[in-house]
Unconditional design. Structure first.
Length: 277
């Protein structure tokens, strides 16, 4: 039978235990540790280092020795870099862009998102935001027969972006605009970003509407691209009867193209002017 380190040993009627030290983790760095560290550092800084002496053999060899304590130590051997005219380091000019045109235009750059969305766009363009679809479109949409459990399917399309998506990205920290000095949300939340959720919901709704239209032999020749750049131009007449091109640049999530105008949304006259888009 073996004897462990914790066994009790009996000698001359006395009971004694073996030496055993239990592992104990170090405590958090405190004030006493900081004071001890400062004392050790101050004592180490007070130590005098011996002076560096150049040996006679090095002096006879003619080796140049620099003193790193001098202020101009780094500027003694610094040389200017040669100017190399490499095409990578050249800044391209504006007129070298393939989409550059010398004609002035009204540019709408949709790649930079607005902070307030459609409200800020209406404020900049002095337009009135219209809620809901026109009456003609609503009348045509009311005649479309909806399948059974369409509301549940529509709810799944929305919940796919709100709850069902497994994306876990670091979301921006929540902010209270009213009580801005209070920090109610100290922890960072992970989930699906707002733009990603909107793209998922838009993609699901478009796919649902397109499949319903195909069942009734509608929207047969549609072409749609995802996350592709869009650059369109439209000639607009001004008060002085001048043709100023209106350029629209954006990168939407879905671009739907059709060779023929869609009847429920636009008229024949209005669709001919928008064929460039």
């Amino acid at each position: 039978m073996g004897i462990s380190l914790l066994d009790v040993r009996v000698e001359s009627g006395e009971v004694c235990t073996m030496v055993f030290r239990k592992f104990k983790p170090q405590k958090q760095w405190g004030r006493m540790d900081t004071r001890i560290f400062k004392n050790i550092l101050a004592a180490r800084n007070k130590r005098k280092m011996p002076r560096f002496i150049v040996s006679p053999a090095v002096e006879e060899a003619g080796i140049k020795i620099y003193d790193p304590n001098r202020p101009n130590f780094f500027t003694t051997e610094v040389r200017e870099l040669p100017a190399i005219s490499h095409p990578v380091h050249r800044i391209p000019q504006l007129d070298e862009h393939p989409l550059y045109k010398s004609v002035e235009c009204s540019l709408f750059d949709g790649t930079v998102a607005f902070t307030d969305g459609i409200d800020q766009a209406c404020a900049l363009s002095k337009a009135v935001k219209r809620i809901g679809f026109p009456e003609t479109v609503s009348n045509l949409a009311s005649k479309i027969p909806l399948p059974e459990s369409f509301e549940d399917h529509l709810s799944d399309c929305i919940m796919h972006g709100e709850r069902y998506d497994p994306t876990l990205e670091k979301l921006p920290r929540l902010f209270d605009p009213v009580i801005f000095w209070a920090n109610y949300f100290p922890h960072r939340v992970h989930g699906t970003p707002v733009l990603t959720r909107g793209k998922i919901i838009l993609d699901n709704l478009f796919r649902t509407a397109h499949l319903m239209a195909l069942q009734h032999s509608q929207l047969l020749n549609l072409r749609y691209d995802r996350d592709e750049p869009l650059s369109a131009i439209l000639q607009v007449d001004t008060v002085e009867n001048e043709k100023i091109p209106f350029v629209l640049r954006s990168e939407p999530h879905i671009i739907v193209q059709s060779p023929e105008p869609i009847r429920p949304w636009t008229k024949a006259v209005g669709s001919k002017t928008c064929t460039l888009f």
